[in-house]
Ligand binder design. Structure first.
Ligand SMILES: Cc1cc2nc3c(=O)[nH]c(=O)nc-3n(C[C@H](O)[C@H](O)[C@H](O)COP(=O)(O)OP(=O)(O)OC[C@H]3O[C@@H](n4cnc5c(N)ncnc54)[C@H](O)[C@@H]3O)c2cc1C
Length: 389
């Protein structure tokens, strides 16, 4: 397997880097303080075609391969996790429609999503239901030619600005996915402020009170909401979060080395201190390892390999857990300066924690990876070199 980027992938990587340096770094802290996305940034992303990253070219998207889409998340994750999360949820909805939607749904939504005229958000979590998604309490009842949805969703990234929501509700007691337009009667949203991290991700709580959606808004079939639709979305979501963590880790490494090169204590630059060197070494190695796990998962996705889901769990688990230590060490290297809002490091530290909760918490990953490993790993039988006499 070739783990090096192709020329074409490197050209796109440079394009993402340049855009992020020019358009995202200058506004990232401000977005975090204001707890919202900067005006016009979504238009700029749309102009570049970035919102159509995973959408097929037949619907006007870029149809980038998983490695390129991962690199995009890495580069944006380096600067702004809040903004990067827009790509995750928008792409999750696009993937659901592209893979499981009807031809009418594809034609209606994908070209607009590719152009950024319609923003999608993913609505699974509820106030009382997080990891145990099959227990969702939102219900959909079939009446004549429409469904009536009642329930509540919480912590929905981009919920404040999204135009359509992929909503999971129980229809006939079976988890089922529906597209709900943001302007439907019976649908309201309330912004959520004061999150630890991802503060620019425009989170919202959603309320459905006798919200009527036409029959044709069901995505997939009754009962396939979690087993098929959410499965594809969450697999992509996890992959993008893992790649975003690599970017965030890279940012920590850059901040730490810059600071340690400048800061002097006891007449010496911090970078010359062996204990600081150890922290930087660990950071550099962990970030590289996480990046390789992401590339590996991306390569398997390109091949539509059956191991790709498991390797995405591994990449997401490793990348999000390594970040906890890396970001903590980054603040450590910055001392008091890293504990203040004036430092970017403080934001990186807060953002890092969220990654081990979203798209399946670390504990859920531990259960999944262990179960899969137990099923697929067998001890090789010991064969003696010489036959017993
Ligand atoms: C910033 C942010 C953005 C988000 N965006 C979205 C979004 O766009 N759409 C959406 O649908 N949701 C979103 N979420 C919700 C997210 O998906 C959930 O937080 C996540 O699924 C975990 O659910 P929970 O927070 O309810 O924790 P719970 O499921 O209540 O778990 C609490 C703790 O218990 C652990 N735990 C639970 N069950 C087990 C078990 N069986 N064994 C061991 N440990 C267990 C968990 O790992 C966790 O540590 C977002 C959350 C955040 C913080």
């Amino acid at each position: 397997m070739n783990m090096l980027l192709t020329d074409e992938q490197m050209v796109l990587q440079k394009d993402f880097k340049d855009f992020v340096e020019k358009e995202v770094f200058p506004i990232a802290d401000m977005q975090d303080h204001k707890e919202c996305l900067e005006e016009h940034i979504v238009e700029k992303l749309a102009d570049k075609g970035y919102l159509g990253a995973v959408i097929s070219s037949s619907y006007g998207g870029k149809e980038w391969d998983p490695i390129v889409s991962g690199i995009m998340h890495e580069e944006f994750g380096r600067a702004s996790t809040g903004l990067r999360s827009l790509f995750t949820v928008h792409e999750m909805v696009a993937i659901a429609i592209q893979r499981w939607g009807s031809e009418e749904q594809k034609e209606k939504w994908l070209p607009k999503m590719a152009k950024g005229e319609v923003i999608g958000a993913f609505a699974l979590t509820e106030p009382e239901v997080g990891s145990d998604a099959k227990s969702i309490q939102t219900v959909a009842v079939h009446k004549e030619n429409h469904f009536v949805i009642n329930g509540q969703k919480k912590w929905i990234t981009m919920g404040q600005i999204a135009d359509i929501f992929l909503v999971f509700a129980k229809y006939d007691d079976k988890p089922t996915a529906f597209i709900v337009e943001g302007n439907r009667a019976g649908f309201t949203r309330k912004l959520i402020k004061g999150m630890l991290g991802f503060r620019a991700s425009m989170g919202a709580e959603l309320f459905f009170q006798d919200c009527e959606v036409p029959e044709e808004n069901m995505v997939g079939k009754c009962g396939t909401g979690l087993t098929h639709v959410a499965l594809s979305c969450l697999d992509h979501g996890r992959y993008t979060v893992a790649c975003g963590c690599v970017g965030l880790g890279q940012a920590c490494l850059e901040e730490s080395t810059n600071y340690a090169r400048k800061r002097k204590q006891f007449g010496e630059r911090l970078i010359n201190n062996q204990l600081i060197k150890k922290m930087i070494t660990e950071m550099a190695v962990q970030v590289k390892a996480a990046r390789q796990l992401c590339y590996y998962a991306g390569c398997l996705k390109m091949q539509k390999h059956s191991d790709s889901i498991n390797e995405t769990w591994v990449a997401k688990y490793f990348a999000s857990t390594m970040l906890d230590k890396i970001c903590s060490d980054t603040v450590q290297i910055h001392g008091a300066n890293g504990c203040n809002q004036a430092s970017r490091v403080e934001r990186l530290f807060r953002d890092a924690k969220i990654n081990s909760i979203i798209e399946g918490s670390s504990q859920m990953h531990e259960l999944l990876i262990a179960t899969n490993t137990a099923m697929t790993t067998r001890r090789t039988k010991f064969k003696p070199k010489t036959e017993e006499k």
